[in-house]
Design a protein around this ligand. Structure first.
Ligand code: ATP
Length: 965
């Protein structure tokens, strides 16, 4: 069969978001005028459908088209349950549905389902006054019913002549495929190619709504309610031909007709046959509602039907054929992707009503949650609380959450369904959206934008899988569950029927708010109150299973199926939706999570920036502290170095001070005297020798012979005394140092050391000379051996030189000996300033005294003992009188030495240097001869120096008996 191409309506497609009720006045009128004549095609009288004609005689019949050659029953065989507002009404007189009886008229014995297409054709062809109607009921319905859920469908539906794959019937084609996105990428749905235009129309309607409120005033929005019927394939073993002729399912015309007892024709928004899959069901029954929810409307989709008829199958589906819920989730996220100018926040909850108790299916297993109650809020409507809500960001995440809830749902095996849902399950997806604000470029702007009063729109999509109505089960528990289920379903039917009953003569509900309706009789109706009372878009999917035969089961199925069909008819007729797009709430109090999150994000951003600033400041501070610390460390290091240097300097100073003190106290420490081994000499000391030694000291200090002065500081003796020759610097001042007690004792000591240094230097000088002499001898011998004849003439000169050297050496040795002797004498003089006087003994230290006792006569010791008072060693060692004598002797000795040196200089034996030093001059032959002569002429006469040397030798021979001079 080819259907005529649907011509676009002359007028523009509907542009109102919430279009006026598509019912013509006649339609509503006809319904209102004929309620008494209509009765439900059900045996049950509990709920009477006012839209079903009970008698074919009372109903107008559809005439066959003039060219009707189908041989199909007369038009009256097709019942018209067309009072459903969203459906286009046939022209006058043809809208009255036929009855079951009419369907079973002789002219049209039982029609087989396979004949439906012909039925449809014949039916429409008979309507002469309404050629459009004859062209296909679905086609003109959609064009004439610009409801929100099928808004503009006619305008985008190019043709309606698509052959229906199932049942060989034509049906409303699905919108073209617009996307293939899915949560898992495993499926796709048709649908949204036209949605851009659809959205545009939606917006236009929205604008019109706001600009011309009168347009919708007083008009019903029945087009916002979609009722669909889905026929489940019969899996029973009975002969499928048994149902033929008894039931007719015409998907193209959305018709279900029962020609049995109390049968009739039922037309809905959608009728899905056994071969229609879930995608088809979703596209036709729920897709647009989901889209409207994303635009800001509340929407409710629920499946109603007898147990085992495919409610869960339709809502959840399978992996290969996902149902309404997963497909809706896919579309939700597709919409979000396609709407970049808005931002969304999704949160989902999942509850079940089991035995009239609400359970949170997302609550962790085993958690003792509080009892969930239903509350009502003017803004939110009726809602369950406390209920766990999860914010989801992807289809997969949302599907996982719902799957988790499914796992927690109560199911049980019944005689009709191995896995029967024993509860009503409600998935609620709350969609928050707002205009997207430009991403801030800086923090200041961020704060400013965050404060903008952009409103948040909150809408809710409720996807409900009701438990199936059922006959009393054998099992007790199942019976109890069934009782609750049936009670709630009965209440639902009652409410829906009362919705109808509460209408006034004009067809308007008397109580728009539904205050007097028994919503509170069950949790289900209470929860569905908002949807049933018209604040939301509604899509009801009723599932049936067609059975034939006369068996009890078949009869039960038939009864239940008819009840379901009646329920669907009542729902379609009675539910009036006033759904409006939710306003964008700019008040902070009622703002949704999105706004709160936005504010929180702004606040967190502010905090982050503050933290960043403080972190930067901290970093700077730390840097400063670090630099400061480094400088402090450097400073400390410097200070430490300085401290060390100061300490070292201090130590040096102290050391030097100690040295000074030591040097000053050298004469004080009598122990030093004994360490010098003076005791033995003390006994042998004479006044003459003492005086000699003093003169030597004087000579040293005043004449500064040679390098004596320089050598003093390096003298080992100084080390022993002062702890280090190098630290002995103030020698020059020593001569000026009057001594610790001002008696010149320290000077004497220093002179003593100076003499020792002199002695050392002289020794070195002597050894140097000896070495040179030896070298000269060697070279002389070698020269002799090489060219003896040639040098023999110089032999005399060499010999002379050697003699002269020997003489000088001898002189120097003598001088050294004399100096040494003088030193010793002076030391003795220090200790024995006046050996002849009894004063000495009196002033000796006790130690010296003891030593004396061991070396001298006992008598003297006794005197000493008896006469030694308790006098300090300093006093003993620093007798004023003896000091004067010593100074005098030293001066005399110095004077003598100076005279001797002067003699030597004058005689040419010594040459004075620039710095007052003296040296032996290189002798000329004449001078050497003169010297020899002088020496010979003098014979044994000894010059004054020699005399002194001799004296010293004498003394040395006393002091050092073993030493040979
Ligand atoms: N249209 C269909 N096509 C194929 N199989 C279907 C269809 N509808 C239902 N079924 C199958 O029928 C069985 C029962 O379906 P389902 O559980 O959905 O029924 P129900 O109405 O939810 O029952 P209950 O109310 O007891 O939960 C399942 O095995 C399901 O796969």
């Amino acid at each position: 069969m080819s259907l005529p191409v649907l011509s676009r309506p002359a007028a523009d497609p509907p542009t109102s978001a919430l279009p006026p009720i598509p019912q013509s006045g006649s339609t509503r009128k006809s319904l209102s005028q004929t309620p008494s004549k209509l009765k439900a095609p059900s045996r049950s009288s509990a709920v009477q459908s006012p839209h079903v004609v009970s008698s074919p005689s009372e109903l107008p019949t559809l005439k066959s088209p003039p060219n009707g050659k189908t041989g199909l029953p007369t038009p009256q065989t097709v019942r018209k349950t067309i009072s459903i507002g969203s459906f286009p009404q046939p022209p006058n007189g043809v809208s009255r549905p036929g009855t079951a009886a009419s369907m079973a008229s002789p002219t049209s014995p039982r029609k087989r389902i396979s004949d439906v297409s012909r039925i449809s054709t014949s039916t429409t062809s008979k309507s002469k006054k309404t050629p459009r109607y004859s062209s296909g009921s679905a086609a003109y319905r959609m064009s004439d019913v610009p409801s929100l859920l099928n808004a503009g469908l006619s305008s985008v539906m190019p043709t309606v002549n698509n052959k229906r794959a199932s049942d060989g019937q034509s049906s409303i084609p699905s919108p073209p495929q617009s996307r293939s996105s899915s949560a898992n990428g495993s499926y796709s749905t048709s649908a949204t190619t036209f949605e851009e235009g659809d959205e545009e129309r939606g917006r236009m309607r929205e604008t019109e709504d706001s600009q011309s409120p009168k347009t919708n005033k007083g008009k019903e929005h029945k087009g916002n309610v979609t009722v669909s019927v889905r026929v489940r394939p019969d899996t029973s073993n009975h002969d499928p031909s048994a149902t033929e002729g008894e039931w007719m399912v015409d998907g193209r015309r959305s018709l279900v007709a029962y020609r049995g007892k109390e049968g009739g024709d039922y037309v809905y928004d959608n009728v899905f046959g056994t071969y229609d899959d879930n995608a088809k069901v979703y596209d036709s029954a729920a897709k647009r509602l989901v889209r409207r929810v994303m635009e800001g409307y509340h929407g409710t989709v629920f499946a109603y039907g007898m147990t085992g008829t495919g409610k869960t199958f339709s809502m959840q589906g399978t992996m290969s054929s996902p149902g309404v819920i997963p497909l809706a989730i896919t579309d939700i996220f597709s919409y979000i992707r396609e709407t970049p100018h808005r931002e969304f926040l999704l949160r989902v909850s999942y509850l079940e009503i089991y035995n009239e108790k609400i359970h949170d299916l997302l609550a962790p297993a085993g958690s003792s949650a509080d009892e969930i109650k239903l509350r009502e809020d003017p803004g939110r409507g009726v809602y369950a609380t406390p209920l766990k809500e999860e914010i989801v960001q992807s289809p997969t995440q949302l599907l996982r959450v719902i799957h988790r809830g499914d796992m927690a749902r109560r199911t049980g095996s019944t005689q009709w369904n191995a896995r029967s849902s024993r509860s009503h399950a409600v998935v609620q997806i709350v969609v928050e959206s707002r205009e997207r604000v430009t991403a801030p470029s800086n923090s200041h702007e961020s704060k400013r934008i965050a404060m903008l009063p952009t409103g948040v729109r909150v809408s809710t999509l409720s996807l409900i899988d009701l438990a199936g109505s059922e006959r009393a089960a054998d099992d007790k528990e199942r019976r109890a569950e069934g009782a609750h289920i049936n009670k709630s379903l009965l209440t639902l039917g009652t409410v829906i029927s009362k919705l109808s009953a509460s209408k006034d003569k004009n067809g308007n509900p008397v109580d728009k708010d539904g205050k007097h309706l028994p919503y509170r009789d069950s949790k289900l109706t209470r929860l569905l109150q908002g949807a049933l009372s018209g604040s939301s878009l509604v899509s009801i999917l009723c599932t049936i299973q067609i059975s034939a035969g006369t068996s009890t089961v078949a009869n039960t199925h038939t009864m239940e199926t008819l009840n379901t069909l009646k329920f669907a008819s009542r729902a379609k007729n009675n539910i009036v939706s006033h759904a409006k797009k939710a306003a964008e709430d700019v008040s902070s109090g009622a703002a949704g999570l999105l706004e709160r999150y936005r504010a929180e994000i702004a606040s967190l951003r502010g905090q982050l920036e503050n933290q960043k600033k403080s972190a930067d400041a901290n970093e700077e501070k730390q840097e400063e502290v670090k630099i400061e610390k480094e400088s402090t460390n450097r400073h400390e290091e410097q200070m430490l170095e300085m401290q060390l240097a100061r300490t070292a300097l201090k130590e040096r100073i102290e050391h030097l001070n100690r040295l000074i003190l030591c040097s000053k106290s050298t004469g004080v420490n009598s122990g030093v005297v004994s360490s010098l081994g003076m005791n033995g000499r003390l006994s042998g000391g004479t006044i003459t020798e003492y005086g000699t030694s003093r003169s030597v000291r004087s000579s040293t200090s005043h004449s500064t012979l040679g390098n004596f002065g320089a050598s003093i500081s390096r003298h080992p003796s100084m080390t022993s005394v002062g702890g280090g020759a190098s630290q002995w610097s103030p020698l020059a001042d020593e001569e000026e140092d009057p001594g610790e007690l001002g008696d010149g004792m320290a000077s004497v000591q220093a002179q003593n050391r100076a003499l020792q240094a002199d002695l050392q230097d002289k020794n070195r000088y002597i050894s140097t000379l000896e070495k040179r002499l030896l070298q000269a001898r060697r070279s002389s011998h070698s020269r002799t051996s090489i060219g003896f004849s040639r040098v023999v003439q110089d032999e005399g000169d060499v010999q002379k030189q050697l003699d002269e050297k020997d003489a000088i050496i001898a002189d120097l040795q003598k001088t050294v000996t004399a100096l040494r002797s003088a030193m010793r004498q002076r030391s003795i003089a220090e200790m024995t300033p006046d050996s002849s006087s009894g004063e000495f003994k009196l002033k000796k230290s006790p130690r010296i005294q003891l030593d004396d006792e061991s070396n001298e006569a006992a008598g003297q010791g006794e005197v000493a003992k008896s006469s030694v008072p308790n006098i300090s060693p300093i006093a003993l060692l620093s007798p004023q009188k003896s000091g004067e004598k010593k100074r005098k002797s030293v001066d005399e000795m110095s004077k003598m030495l100076d005279e001797m040196i002067q003699d030597k200089v004058e005689s040419g034996q010594l040459v004075k240097g620039r710095a007052g030093s003296v040296r032996v001059p290189p002798r000329s032959t004449s001078s050497r001869r003169h010297s020899r002569r002088t020496s010979n002429a003098q014979g044994g006469s000894v010059p004054p120096l020699d005399t002194m040397v001799a004296a010293i030798r004498v003394r040395d021979s006393i002091a050092e008996p073993g030493s040979a001079i």
